[in-house]
Design a protein around this ligand. Structure first.
Ligand SMILES: Cc1cc2nc3c(=O)[nH]c(=O)nc-3n(C[C@H](O)[C@H](O)[C@H](O)COP(=O)(O)OP(=O)(O)OC[C@H]3O[C@@H](n4cnc5c(N)ncnc54)[C@H](O)[C@@H]3O)c2cc1C
Length: 404
C-alpha cells in the first residue's frame, strides 16, 4: 500500500515527526479501506470476524509491518517507539477489529508483554505461539475482594508442594479467560508484615491444569470477562514467571506501559464519534437552517474538540517521556484518567447531536458508549488514578509563592 504525505492532516498541534504522520495516515487508510468493510458485515455486537477475514487482515497488517509491535526483535518482532504505539492505537481503535479488541483484530494478539521476562522455554512455549496467532492469553490480577488495591488484596494463595505449586482462590473480571490457551495468574506466596507488603508471584497456567475452572460473567459489553476458580490447581515449578515474590513489580511495569495506548484508543473512538457528528449536524435540517448553525450544537463540538486535543497532548507527552526512559507512572495515570473520561464525554455528546439516531444499533455510537463506560473501570478506576496523581503532586509540592 503506497503511503502519501498529507502535510495538512497534522492539525492536532503537537508536531509529530513526519514518519509518524505517515504511519498515522497509513493506518487510517488501512482501517477505512480494509478493516471497515469487513466490520460492516458483522452483527452490531460481534466481537470478532471469520477466521478467513482475520487471516486476510493479519496478512495485510503483517505486510505493512503493523504486527508484533511490542515483541523484541530477537523473537521476530517489530518493536516501535511508545509514541508510534499511541499513534497506532488511536487510529486502529476506530474499528473494533483494529485496536481495542486486539486479540480478535487485525494486528494479532501478541502475548502479554511480561512473557518476555520469562525463561527461554516459557518464551518458546507461550510467547512465540502468541505472535504466530496460534495461542491467546489472559492476565488475572483482580479478585472478588477488590481490584483497586491489588498489592494488598490479592489473596489467591500459592503454596509450594514437591515439584509443583498449588493455587487456591478466585479471580474476577478476567478478559478472554474462558477461551484462552494460557494465562498469567498473580498469587500470594508470602503474607505481608507491618513493614512489608505481601509477596506476589506470577504463574503461567493452562486451562487443562487440574483444579482450574472458568465461569463467564455477562457485562455491559459483548466481550465477556470470566471468573476463574482455583481449587488446588497444580502448576509446575517451571511455570513461575520471573522470580518468586517479584510478580507485582512485573505487573506494575506492564500496566503502566499499557495505559498510555489504552487512553489513546479511547480518544481515537471519541474523535471518530465527533467527526461523525460534525458530518451529521451539517446536513440535518432544523428550524431556520441546519443543526450545525445552532450555538448549542457548536458548543458541544467545541468542548469535545478542545478536550480531545488536550487528551492527545497528554498522551503524546507521556509516550515521549517513556521513549526518553523517564519514569512514567504518574503520566500514565494522567492519560488513563483524562483520556477515558474525555472519551466518555465525547461519545455522549456525539450521541446527543445525533438524537434518536445516536441510540440506534445501526450506528457504532451506542456500542462505543458502553465500551467507554468500561474503560473508566478497567486498568484501574478513575478514582485510583486520581489518588496516584494527587499523592505525587502533594509529595512534590510544598506551596506556591504566597506560602513559600
Ligand atoms: C470488562 C472488564 C474487564 C476486565 N478485565 C480484567 C483483566 O483482564 N484482568 C484483571 O486482572 N482485571 C480485569 N478487570 C478488573 C478491573 O481491573 C477492576 O474491575 C478494577 O481494577 C476495579 O476493581 P474492582 O472491580 O474490584 O472495584 P473495587 O476495587 O471494589 O472499587 C470499586 C470502586 O470504588 C472506588 N474506589 C476504589 N478504590 C478507591 C480509592 N482508593 N479511593 C477512592 N475510591 C476508590 C472506585 O470508584 C471503584 O470503581 C476487568 C474489569 C472489567 C469491568
Amino acid at each position: 500500500m503506497a503511503v502519501e504525505l498529507n502535510a495538512q492532516s497534522n492539525h492536532y498541534g503537537f508536531r509529530l515527526p513526519d514518519e509518524l504522520v505517515l504511519l498515522r495516515d497509513q493506518i487510517r487508510r488501512f482501517m477505512r479501506e480494509e478493516v471497515k468493510p469487513i466490520e460492516d458485515k458483522l452483527p452490531h455486537d460481534a466481537t470478532g470476524c471469520s477466521s478467513e477475514d482475520r487471516k486476510k487482515l493479519r496478512a495485510l497488517a503483517e505486510e505493512m509491518g503493523l504486527t508484533r509491535l511490542t515483541v523484541p526483535e530477537e523473537y521476530g518482532g517489530n518493536p516501535v517507539s511508545a509514541l508510534a504505539r499511541v499513534v497506532i492505537a488511536e487510529e486502529s481503535a476506530k474499528c473494533r477489529l483494529g485496536g481495542y479488541n486486539p486479540a480478535l483484530g487485525a494486528f494479532g494478539g501478541g502475548p502479554p508483554n511480561i512473557i518476555w521476562g520469562g525463561t527461554q522455554d516459557q518464551i518458546e512455549r507461550y510467547g512465540i505461539p502468541c505472535i504466530e496467532g496460534k495461542k491467546h492469553a489472559f492476565v488475572a490480577i483482580t479478585e472478588p475482594t477488590g481490584g483497586s488495591d491489588p498489592r494488598n488484596n490479592i489473596s489467591t494463595r500459592a503454596t509450594r508442594s514437591g515439584d509443583h505449586w498449588v493455587l487456591n482462590g478466585r479471580k474476577m473480571w478476567i478478559t478472554g479467560a474462558g477461551h484462552a490457551d494460557f494465562g498469567i495468574i498473580f498469587a500470594r506466596t508470602k503474607d505481608g508484615t507491618e513493614n512489608a507488603p505481601p509477596e506476589i508471584t506470577a504463574f503461567i497456567v493452562e486451562p487443562d491444569f487440574p483444579g482450574i475452572n472458568f465461569n463467564e460473567i455477562k457485562v455491559i459489553r459483548a466481550l465477556s470477562p470470566y471468573e476463574i476458580v482455583l481449587d488446588n490447581c497444580e502448576v509446575p515449578l517451571e511455570n513461575v514467571l520471573g522470580n518468586v515474590g517479584q510478580g507485582f513489580g512485573v505487573a506494575q511495569n506492564w500496566l503502566v506501559d499499557a495505559r498510555i495506548p489504552y487512553a489513546a484508543g479511547c480518544i481515537g473512538i471519541a474523535q471518530e464519534a465527533l467527526d461523525m457528528a460534525c458530518g451529521w449536524v451539517k446536513q440535518r435540517p432544523t428550524r431556520g437552517g441546519m443543526l450545525a448553525d445552532k450555538q448549542a450544537i457548536q458548543w458541544m463540538i467545541a468542548d469535545s474538540e478542545v478536550e480531545l486535543r488536550a487528551a492527545r497532548m497528554l498522551i503524546y507527552d507521556a509516550a515521549s517521556k517513556v521513549d526518553e526512559g523517564l519514569p512514567g507512572k504518574v503520566d500514565a495515570s494522567i492519560c488513563k484518567l483524562y483520556g477515558t473520561e474525555t472519551a466518555g464525554r465525547g461519545v455522549d455528546r456525539a450521541m446527543q447531536m445525533f438524537g434518536g439516531m445516536g441510540m440506534a444499533q445501526e450506528m457504532p455510537l451506542e456500542r462505543w458508549y458502553r465500551e467507554m463506560r468500561v474503560k473508566r473501570i478497567g486498568e484501574g478506576p478513575s478514582e485510583v488514578h486520581r489518588m496516584v496523581i494527587s499523592r505525587d503532586k502533594l509529595r512534590n509540592t510544598d506551596g506556591g509563592i504566597y506560602f513559600g
